[in-house]
Design a protein around this ligand. Structure first.
Ligand code: LLP
Length: 423
């Protein structure tokens, strides 16, 4: 359930007509519903009520500081993967003791920044990273809190690009090798062993891979305790998948129930890193039709709707062949037609939808690209020198911009013509 619904043929975000916002801010833009963000955060978080846990929102999925601030107010933390995301989380007022730092390639500078900020723990992904942390913590005269991201070799049955828990993926430390590393880490002077982590992939529509991973983690924790290593935290990675089209993902409550059952009597604080399940259906991207055209050269007539948003604004369709529903902002009752909805970028791979049945549109019509709240704006780029679009948020009958549209000047910020070219 989300708060993007039609009232008399007009798409509303909560109590505001999306078309009115478009008039005010121009297109394209991303629009988030506060009520939906709230609802989805709580739907996930409340599933673990009664268990010690922290819901650390995956900043990579939707990183605007307004959104991070909102989750901070609801008691959430942040799962970060770069110094930039750490900066955002801190700017948004997230408690550092609710920040966990994941990722295979943290630089020395980033490790230091995390330590200085007093984050809850690092999800360490290699022995070399552990050595670096030990050295930096020694240098700073402290102890680095660590959890190891173990790779349980579980097939999440999702898109290959977002499967992360298979032995062939670059992520984590193979579960069979991790035991020795834990023993080694527990003897290091400047390392404090805090937890065990895993993240097997994103957009999972089955519970069984999570259960399989949890079982492996539980058995692993048993083996660790036999070796005298105890952990305080279990980090189970990202959330469940969402409905873009006709997927049937489990409800977050079902996921929570399955985890509860697997946990048994295990005493630990649970950490979750959900992104998509909270933000995905809490945001849309609104774009305006520029032109419609028909190419009759091939065996079949091909209809195109050219809009003002491209693969640089929402890259998921081009990159993963991902499906995003496309809906009219104002329903006209026009007959449906099969079209490709394409952007202005000079690449054939620049499309938002292919062979999609949508009500016929005309120049100037507005379209809403649904389920764009996660991995939408955060993956946008300036390709083709296109300023990144605005982001806005609705709360009931109020609307505010939460990120200004970039300007032409912002496109060349930091660029300069070297003196030797001017001679
Ligand atoms: N934790 C870690 C360590 C992750 O790598 C990810 C996502 C998450 C948590 C959040 O997972 P979620 O709850 O959102 O499923 N750009 C792709 C998705 C990449 C996911 C990367 N990692 C897409 O647009 O589908």
């Amino acid at each position: 359930m989300n708060h993007f619904q039609y009232r008399n043929c007009e798409l509303f975000c909560e109590d505001i007509a999306v078309a009115d916002i478009a008039k005010e801010v121009g297109t394209p833009f991303y629009l988030y519903s506060r009520a939906t963000l709230n609802r989805h955060f709580l739907a996930f978080d409340s599933g673990f009520e009664g268990l010690e846990h922290i819901t650390c929102f995956a900043v990579k999925s939707c990183s605007n500081i307004a959104i991070l601030f909102l989750f901070g107010k609801l008691g959430g933390g942040a799962d970060i993967v770069s110094g930039g995301e750490l900066f955002r989380a801190l700017q948004a007022g997230i408690d550092p003791q609710k920040i966990i730092y994941s990722g295979v390639g943290k630089t020395e500078k980033e490790l230091r920044y995390g330590l200085e900020s007093g984050i809850l723990f690092f999800n360490v992904e290699s022995e070399q990273e552990l050595q670096s942390l030990n050295r930096i913590a020694a240098d700073m005269g402290g102890k680095a809190p660590v959890s190891f991201r173990v790779n349980p070799d579980v097939d999440p049955k999702t898109h290959a690009y977002i499967s992360t828990g298979l032995a062939k993926n670059k992520f984590g430390i193979p579960i069979q090798e991790a035991e020795e590393l834990y023993v080694q880490a527990s003897e290091m002077e400047h390392i404090a062993v805090k937890g065990v982590s895993c993240h097997i992939g994103s957009q999972l529509t089955l519970i069984s891979p999570f259960v399989e991973a949890m079982r492996k983690i539980k058995a692993f924790i048993g083996r660790l305790s036999e070796r005298g290593v105890t952990v305080q935290y279990i980090d189970l990675g990202g959330g469940v998948g969402i409905i873009y089209d006709d997927e049937k993902p489990p409800h977050p409550k079902e996921y929570a129930q399955a985890i509860r059952e697997e946990l048994g009597g295990l005493q630990a604080t649970l950490i979750f890193e959900p992104g998509r399940v909270i933000a995905g259906n809490s945001g849309i991207m609104v774009t305006e039709v520029q032109y419609t055209k028909v190419n009759r050269g091939g065996a079949k007539e091909k209809h195109f709707v050219v809009v003002d948003a491209g693969m640089n604004d929402l890259t998921r369709p081009s990159l993963y062949g991902a499906f995003h529903a496309i809906q009219p902002v104002v329903k006209t009752g026009a007959a449906a037609r099969v079209v490709d909805v394409v952007g202005p970028i000079c690449e054939t791979g620049d499309f938002l939808a292919k062979d999609r049945d949508i009500a016929a549109v005309q120049q100037g019509d507005l379209l809403a690209v649904m389920s764009a709240g996660a991995y939408g704006f955060t993956m946008a780029s300036n390709y083709n020198s296109r300023p990144r679009v605005a982001e806005g948020m609705v709360d009931g009958d109020q609307f505010e911009i939460i990120r200004e549209r970039e300007t032409m000047e912002s496109l060349i910020r930091g660029e300069k013509i070297p003196g030797f070219l001017e001679k």
